[in-house]
Design a protein. Sequence first.
Length: 246
Amino acid sequence: MFEYAGAAGRNRFQRYWAAIREHPSGVLLGAQLLGIMVFPFTDEGGTGRTVISIFGLLVLALAVMAVNRTPATRIVAWSLGAPVVILTVAEAFLSDTPGLTVTSDLSQIPWLTLTSNIFHAIFYFYTAVSLLRYMFADTWVSRDELFATGATFTVLIWAFAYTYGAVQILWTDSFSVAGGDVQLSWFELLFLSTTTLTGTGLSDIAPKADANPARAVIMLQMLTGMNYIALVIARLLGLTLIKFRR
């Protein structure tokens, strides 16, 4: 009886593991959405948020290597991913962010946070490109490619959020938020990125009138969101309809 229960448990685990391996984009999408739900209950720059961030980065790297199974892709993924993980841990223990205040003194620039934001943005943009290559590699739409449409969208949200983080460090006083002018927290940057990419505009955060670099990045994200829906979603939807007709 115990042997039967053990065999059934192993078979169930193998089925779950096979489903995860067959749908890496689905796992990535789930990890991103889980992060959105959990981030509000973690301290800014705390241990909990660091653990969640590292978990998301590992899922990100595994998804990239799963959807693009080439040695070059794996080398680039680990080459970009390893510094990002190290910087994420360093931020938790050696945070150099001078509070949530606006500063124009170059000597007060948090270089560790700035470097981390830049590397994070590069890594997430690379992941988005890898997922796009995966979806455009053939004319057959698999279930995981449908998950990849959502995963790519959330990855782009993360990429632009980190870009905004770098922008507000290099050009302080870039954004205005209800209640005063402060450097935005990570979750506020993520919220701004989500509302911009989705085109909803339901945000109390906006670039200031004289913050041209911030406005330029927001314009690029708006165009990215529109072109993503027009090109990627429309293509996969058309291929899916053709598949069902056949």
